[in-house]
Design a protein around this ligand. Sequence first.
Ligand SMILES: Cc1ncc(COP(=O)(O)O)c(C=O)c1O
Length: 388
Amino acid sequence: MTYLAKNYNRKKLAFAKGKGSYLFTSAGTKYLDFIQGIAVNSLGHAHPRLIKALNYQSKKLWHVSNAFIIPEGEELAKKLVKKTFADYVLFQNSGTEATEAAIKIARRYFFSIGKPKKNRIICIKNSFHGRTIAAIYASGSKKMTEGFGPKVQGFDHFNFGDHKKLKKLITKKTAAIMVETIMGEGGIKVIPDWCLKGLRRLCNKKNILLILDEVQCGIGRTGDFFAFDKSKVKPDIVPIAKGIGGGFPLGAVLMNKKVAKGMVAGTHGSTFGGNPLAMKIGNEVMNVISKKSFLNNVKKNSNYFFNQLNKIKEKFPKLIKEVRGKGFLIGLQLYKDQTNFIRDLMKNKLLTIRAAENVIRILPPLNVKKKEIKQALKIINKVCLQHK
Ligand SMILES: Cc1ncc(COP(=O)(O)O)c(C=O)c1O
């Protein structure tokens, strides 16, 4: 008997504790966790530095209203600005709040310069920007919006890669293009760097804003701080969440000074957004992840993982269609439905999660050890033999 609403299709499995890359049931059964809360526990479970930060702040101050200065938030905002394209940061508690705020910031910018009718946002069809009422209509997915009408207006959609349609959608009313730099739920589809550059050029030409949703792919997940870093593109607005909290609920929107002008006092707010507890932990996550040596290590280990996965793909050409993604945002695309494959990985004590297009999402913590990657590869190979 459960008193929880039935909006999740939960596995019959519960965990009592986590350590690094592993989860343990109350009976002590050990699972290699390559879901990590869906790219949330960026430093694995129970990271000593995050425990220390949480303990320290829990004894000092948990919550204070945004009516006051929150020094821990000032510090984290400074770190994010110094590390990225951004000039300002607005803290939230989750990814969906961050994408909602990103939409508000874009619209408010054009309102503030006397163009209130420039308010439409172009998004990729079947993308994922969260579950609030606006975010589901931004995602343009029938599955997510069914039964939640009336439709929230203001979003236009094109299919991933359909540049012609995208150009056609742009009108005088377009305020922004909002895309995930790497589509997570949508099947680990990477927008190539040349395409990101093209998007930036297009936005400049048409006087529209570029919003890159880095909620899932950001904060070191790809081996770069942001998934778009290598492209050298400077977006206007970037919502983040997941990895920045290392397991503690934390979201944020990064923005440049041009768009920040619209967000004057009273335009947005959040009771919990930017609370001292979340901020303290976010600071510690930043201290670890933003280091070049840390990110280089992600790249090194991820290269090894990708090489080995591609070797497995060559061994099972009728089973594995593609190895997709970047860094530790990895998609193993099968020719067939992936449900049973994921179930069998789990039977072998490796946790992974599905994405669209028959993709198995593999999301180790960023500090995963090579021997843990080897363990995962062994299990994947074994399950491939069962499914070939
Ligand atoms: C790209 C992207 N944007 C937004 C969200 C929503 O984040 P949250 O579930 O924290 O609200 C997600 C969550 O998976 C995501 O992957």
